[in-house]
Write a protein that binds this ligand. Structure first.
Ligand code: SAM
Length: 312
């Protein structure tokens, strides 16, 4: 069981966007191996770090900053969609920055026992939080149409029905190796072809099992509520489904809210985010150092003083 350390992605760019100052209170919504948190602590910030994976939180508890009185690192073993309630319980109503680095960590991917990867055989699990419905529970009980839907929506698998039919015919599935075999066979994959078609199905099942896109939407809305005026948001995503959500959230946040039609344009409510960046991609040098950075995109923005939107 290997667990290569997670190399933080777009670290310099994320820290530049958050521009942390000593005494700032910053949320690291996805602690992982704590790469962003480490850099934020080094800049003198207090960090509230979230992770739904108990293993990630357990590793963070050993950090000296988590033991101080008061601690400069406060760990929350929760989903980041619960950020507002968790911080209220800790007596924090607003923060100066929120970082989100969406997706799975290298530790999760590389540990066969977590069942995220088809490159290493393991139980068909894929639960970041190590609780709730596993990938095997879903694939062994859902009806064919529901499985096809997940593969199509979250994996952009064009042959979703064919793959779902093959999965149902092969049930029960217990391991990542079995799932990969069934998908490859259904799609006529030959070893050595440039892209393994199992990639799309694994992504889809993982996103479904962890409710990842709903979590992302809720996390962005929570950040909007928590950030103080001038507070910074930095979000790194790993595939187009996620990036589309972040891009749309910031686009909508960057226009004036529809206020009263009786108010002159200049008095309409301000946008809730400003200085919205374009998608920032890793340099070739970073990709060479860390191939997993290849598909990442960072978007960042600055919170205005306008009230958070209703839905947020
Ligand atoms: C890509 S890693 C973060 C790596 C981190 N930035 C670092 O430098 O080490 C993503 C982490 O976020 C966690 N995670 C993903 N979705 C989450 C959610 N909705 N709530 C809390 N943690 C989540 C995963 O368990 C994983 O540990």
């Amino acid at each position: 069981m290997s667990s290569a350390p997670h190399i933080p992605v777009l670290l310099d760019e994320v820290i530049a966007a958050l521009d942390p100052r000593p005494g700032d209170v910053i949320v690291d919504a996805t602690f992982g191996a704590g790469g962003y948190t480490r850099a934020l602590l080094e800049r003198g910030a207090t960090v509230h770090a979230f992770d739904r994976d108990p293993d990630a939180i357990a590793a963070g508890r050993a950090w000296p900053e988590a033991q101080g009185v008061p601690p400069r690192l406060v760990l929350h073993p929760r989903r980041f969609s619960e950020m507002v309630a968790a911080l209220a319980e800790a007596g924090v109503a607003e923060v100066d920055g929120v970082a989100m680095d969406i997706g799975v960590s290298s530790m999760q991917l590389d540990q066969a026992g977590r069942g995220f990867a088809f490159s290493v055989n393991g139980p068909l699990d894929m639960r970041m939080s190590q609780a709730g419905e596993s990938a095997a529970d879903f694939l062994n009980t859902a009806d064919e149409a529901a499985i096809a839907d997940v593969l199509y929506t979250y994996g952009e698998e064009r042959q979703s029905r064919r793959v779902a039919r093959a999965i149902v015919a092969a049930r029960p599935l217990a391991t990542t190796g079995e799932l990969a075999h069934v998908v490859r066979k259904a799609l006529g994959y030959r070893a050595g072809a440039p892209k393994d078609p199992a990639t799309r199905s694994f992504q889809a099942v993982r996103i479904h099992v962890n409710g990842e896109l709903d979590e992302l939407e809720a996390g962005l809305a929570a950040a909007e509520r928590l950030l103080t005026s001038g507070g910074k948001l930095a979000v790194v995503s790993f595939h187009s489904l996620e990036d589309r959500i972040v891009k749309r959230f910031l686009r909508d946040a960057g226009v004036r809210a529809a206020g009263s039609r009786y108010l002159p344009a200049a008095e309409q409510p301000e946008p809730v985010f400003t200085r919205i960046s374009k998608g920032i991609r890793p340099s070739e040098a970073e990709i060479a150092r860390n191939p997993r950075a290849r598909s990442s995109t960072l978007r960042h923005a600055v919170r205005t003083a306008a009230p958070a939107r209703e839905a947020a």
